[in-house]
Structure formats: C-alpha cells, structure tokens
Design a protein around this ligand. Structure first.
Ligand code: AGP
Length: 613
C-alpha cells in the first residue's frame, strides 16, 4: 500500500506535495519521491531512508528550482523491488519527460517489460510500476495526448492501480486513473489535487470527489474531466467531507480498528494478487527458496506470537491436509528455549505482522543456528524478520495501526494457505484441478468477508446485550479452534473481559467445571463436518446454565436448537472459514470494548510491536 499525491496550478507545489506525503506516511514510508513538471522540464528527487524517507525528501527538495506549478509525489510500501531510492517513485520514461507514480500491483509487469525492452526501452528500476512510464511514452509517441495515452497503456495492464502521470511536453496536466487502489480528486480556486486518501489534501481542497474503478481523470488548474477506459465521459461522485484531520486519517471512522476491519477484503485481494504464473503455478516472487528445496522439505515448524500464532495454527491444518507434510506450531518464546530438534529437511516459518517481534526473531535465529531453512511471513517490507529469514512472503495488508491485529490475521492465513497449496503443487499431493479450484476459492474469500462485514449492526447489538458478562469461553473444532483462540484474544485485549479459547472437545476434561449461569460460551460452529459433536458440546454447557452464542453459516438450520444467539456468516470451504468467521468475532470484541468505553486502538498495557522479551 503506497501513498500518492498530485497538484496542478499551485503556487506552493513543493510544500503541498511534502505535507501531503507526510500525511500519507501511514500508507508506507520505506522510500519517497516527487517530480515537478513544467514546459520542457521535469525535476525529480527520490529518497530511501527507512522511516525517515519523507523527511529526507523534504531536505532534498531544498534544491528544487522555484516556479513549478504542478507536480506529483509518492511514499512507497515496497511490494516489488527493494526499498531503495532507485526503486522509489516517480519513475520516468526513456525521454525523461513522462513521470508516473503508482499504488498497486501490475500483475503482468514481467511480460510487458520484456516487450518494452525488446522495443528498445531501458529500465532503471526493478519495480512493476515502471512499465507504466514506458507504455505511456510509446502511446505519446503515436501522437496520443496524455489522457488517451494513459487509457491506451491501461488497456494492456492487469492488476491494481492508482496512477498519476505527467509529461513535460503537456504541462500543467496530470492524468490519473484507478482500479482497486483508492484515489480521490480535490478542487479549490484555480488548483486541482489528487491523492490516495482525503487526509493528504484535506487542508487545501474545498471539494472532494471519489474516482471509481476504471475511471481516468484529466486534471488541470481550471478543474478536471473524467472518462471511462473507453473514453466516454463519466461524473465523479462528490464526497461529503466534514472531517478533521485525525478523523480523515481513520478514513472517516472513529478509530483505526474499524478502518482496518473494513479493509480486510482489500487486504486479502492485495495479498493474493499476482501469485500465479500463466501456467497455473503458484509463485512468490520474493520467496528466494528453490522449488527443489521446497520439495525436499520433510517437516514444517511454525513459530509466532499472539494473533500470528493463531494464523500459524490454521496453517498447520492446511499444510497437513493439502501437502501431507508433518507440521508443528510453537509459541515463539517457548521454541527458542526448549532445545528444539531440527533435522535435515526442516522448514521453519516465522509469522509476524510487524516482522519485529523479538520472540519470533529470536526463535527464527535459533532455528537457523540449528540448520533449518527459514521462511518469513511479514507485513512490513525489509523488517528484521524479512532480513533474518532465508526467504520471505509478504502479506500486503497495508499498515496496521491499531494494536489489535485484524486485517493482518486474514492476510497471514491467506498467504500461509497459498504456501500450503504451493507445497502441495510441488509434492503433487493434490491434482492441479483441485489446486486450481482452491486457489480460485481463496480469491473469492474477500467477497465473503464483505458479506460478514455487512452484519456489523447485528453483531454490535448482541455485544451490547451481553455487556455485563464477565467470563467468556470461545470454542471451536478443527480450524474453528484457532479461530476461537483469535476471538478470545480480541475480546480480552480490547475489552479487558476475561476470555479463553478452547478446543470444544476439551471442555469436559476440566474447564466444564467453570461453566455456570452468567458465563458466555461463543462457539465457532461453521464446520458442518464436525457439527454434531460441537452441538453436543454446546448442549453440555447450556445444560449448566451458560449463555450460548454461535457463529454459524447462513444455511445452518440446526444451530438454533442449542444457541441462544446466532451470528450468521456466509458458508465457505472449511479451510477458508477462519478468514470469514473471525470477522464476527472481531466485530463482537470491538462492540463490547466500545460499549465499555475502552480505547480500542491503544488498549492498556499493550503495544503494537513487542520488541522486549
Ligand atoms: C494481536 O491483536 C496483538 N496485537 C498481538 O498478540 C500480536 O499479534 C503479537 O504481538 C504478534 O505481533 P506480530 O504479528 O507483529 O509478530
């Protein structure tokens, strides 16, 4: 997830771009750049300085010539290509006249680049985005104006984009376009703006407009004109923005947790984008472990903490079921001190949103010291885990600000299940047709999450009805068990109510003694294969006075016989269900915490990243 900004007709262009980038840093900050454009001249500065890239860019812009009225700026969240200045946006074409910035993923960038290089284009970065500059250059070379050149280029592009392009031979014009990645346009007297999010231009524009998928906008000082990819005029939807800056950074929501819960469909889609080659093979272009090494894996060990540990537990079921590989999951802080056995052929997978959790980093180091190959699953590019691991698969959930992990959990499960399918593909433990069906099903989970999100109000009403409850058990079977653990963690960490996650079959081995009137039991009951057994577990707790809440599929007609309350979710392949079912549990915990007046983004005693043991 990157941040883009642009302005035409401005009298303080550099300041507008830099202040906008500072407000977009939460979308990524591993590098940043600006391009200023006027007739016959393009001036560019780019910096990569860790979390201080925009500050470094501000210093670099002290050298900018005066008098530019238009420009574009970008703050990067690297997906393709290391976070170095050479890969920072804006990217230029061969002539140096065309400058582009891009947020998203160009899925077919490899084949496009090969064609462009064959036609003589010289690339200077290892990003997917640079192909856009050269495609626009070629279209301009055929006499198209910038608007038509951008439409022409996007006609051959697959993937997600929020794009802005300028050309020194057509100055005081920016052409922008959007597909999946967000883009807004702002206007003021004699100045027109574009940005990824409203906060970047909130204090400058007086009117705001949303750009929809496959719409292209030509911005000039006098205003803007929008067309679809075929060139037919479209009207942009005006946004009613009466936010202050802090609210704007939360997407208009009360808190980051809400924003991030609602971003889960996009986090899933972004994590799964560009993961298959034309021949159907699953690919992780940042996974620097050979297919032969993956084929030689005899045992998998996952190490993680907190929510990431729960995602790792889901992966255990998927890898064992699909790839027929023995899997062990360990709490990272336990793994490193238990003198673990690491045999030849052991693959250790460290899972961490921040990539900085010291327990996970140290566990991975211990595994490497004992001879294991290590793969990291991280959300922060170039994080310690990414650097420590032999190879890394990035989730692309975008920056997660709220202490409670939400969108990173579903993105981790998606990335891990895709890795499980890659292992199955290499070990041929599943037919290609089965793998194809599962990959397509995984790609559809985002839509099911959207449906589950649509039931926010029902979930909130139930949480408020149970506001006085003091003790919660979350139960599940199979992958419903790690989902239950995650639901319990969400509730306790933001509402401060005591909650425990348990395998449903385990309750009778002791914890059942705790069940009495007033205790709330929340069951993840969406796996119909084990439904009968779960129903009898629920009957046991109900008989002892518990209040029973069940997360159940829309078509489940038996759950009402034992549940006092039912939270409905769409049915899906059981292995995908944690990504859908968890939404109901996140929303439940959120509503309970808000009802209790908690600070859901910054719960007491906790930190977003735990870098102490
Ligand atoms: C989960 O909501 C918490 N924020 C916490 O348990 C977190 O998952 C844990 O600290 C691990 O963090 P990581 O994914 O960044 O390694």
């Amino acid at each position: 997830m990157c941040g883009i900004i642009g302005v035409v007709g401005d009298t303080d262009t550099v300041s507008t771009l830099l202040s906008g980038l500072e407000r977009l840093e939460y979308r990524g900050y591993d590098s940043a750049g600006v391009a200023l454009v006027r007739p016959g001249e393009t001036w560019r500065a780019r910096c990569a300085d860790g979390t201080e890239s925009v500050a470094a860019l501000r210093r670099a812009c002290d050298e900018a010539p005066a008098g530019f009225r238009s420009g574009i700026g970008h703050t990067r969240w690297a997906t393709h290509g290391a976070p170095e200045a050479i890969n920072a946006h804006p990217h230029l074409d061969c002539s140096g006249h065309v400058a582009i910035i891009h947020n998203g993923i160009i899925e077919n960038h490899t084949e496009l680049q090969e064609g462009l290089e064959a036609r003589g284009h010289v690339f200077t970065s290892v990003t997917d985005s640079e192909v856009l500059a050269h495609l626009i250059e070629e279209a301009r070379g055929r006499g198209l104006d910038l608007l038509d050149a951008v439409r022409d280029a996007l006609g051959v592009v697959r993937g997600a984009f929020a794009l802005a392009a300028m050309d020194a031979t057509e100055s005081d014009v920016i052409v922008a376009a959007r597909r999946i990645s967000p883009l807004v346009v702002g206007t003021a007297a004699g100045v027109t703006y574009l940005a990824s999010d409203v906060p970047a231009i909130l204090d400058r524009a007086s009117a705001f407009y949303a750009v929809n998928d496959d719409e292209v906008v030509r911005l000039g000082p006098e205003g803007f004109r929008a067309v679809d990819l075929e060139g037919a005029p479209v009207r942009l939807r005006q946004l009613a923005i009466d936010w202050d800056l802090e609210t704007a950074e939360k997407g208009g929501h009360d808190d980051f947790m809400t924003k991030e819960i609602l971003e889960q469909p996009d986090a899933l889609r972004a994590t799964l984008l560009d993961r298959r080659r034309p021949d159907g093979s699953i690919t992780f272009d940042e996974l620097r472990v050979s297919d032969d090494e993956l084929r030689a894996v005899k045992r998998v060990v996952l190490v993680a903490a907190g929510t990431s540990h729960h995602a790792a537990l889901v992966a255990k079921y998927a890898i064992e079921r699909w790839a027929r590989l023995s899997v062990e999951v360990d709490i990272a802080s336990e793994y490193r001190y238990r003198d673990p056995v690491v045999e030849v052929g052991t693959l250790v997978i460290g899972v961490s949103q921040s990539g900085e959790t010291i327990d996970t980093i140290q566990a991975v180091r211990e595994a490497k010291r004992r001879g294991a190959r290590v793969v990291g699953i991280a959300n922060i590019v170039d994080s310690s885990l990414a650097r420590e691991a032999d190879a890394v698969i990035y989730t692309r959930a975008g920056l997660e600000v709220s202490v409670a992990s939400t969108k990173s959990f579903v993105a981790q499960v998606a990335a891990l299940e895709l890795l499980a399918l890659r292992l199955a593909q290499l070990r041929q433990t599943l037919a290609e047709s089965e793998i194809d069906a599962l990959v397509r099903g995984l790609g559809a989970v985002g839509t099911l999450v959207e449906k589950a999100l649509g039931r926010r109000d029902e979930v909130a009403a139930l949480a408020l009805a149970l506001l006085d409850a003091r003790d919660f058990f979350f139960l599940g079977r199979h992958v419903g068990f790690p989902t239950a653990l995650e639901g319990a963690l969400k509730l306790k960490e933001i509402s401060y109510r005591h909650a425990e996650g348990y395998p449903a079959g385990e309750l009778k081995h002791g914890p059942l003694a705790l069940i009495e009137p007033g205790v709330v039991v929340v069951a993840v009951a969406t796996d119909l294969a084990l439904h009968e057994k779960l129903l009898s577990n629920l009957a046991e707790v109900k008989a002892r006075g518990a209040t029973v809440v069940a997360v159940a599929t829309d078509d489940d007609e038996t759950i009402d016989s034992v549940a006092d309350y039912v939270l409905r979710v769409p049915a899906t392949e059981p292995m995908f269900s944690p990504m859908v079912d968890v939404v109901a549990l996140q929303l439940f915990a959120y509503a309970m915490a808000r009802g209790l007046g908690r600070n859901v983004d910054r719960p007491r005693n906790l930190a977003k990243t735990v870098t102490v043991e």
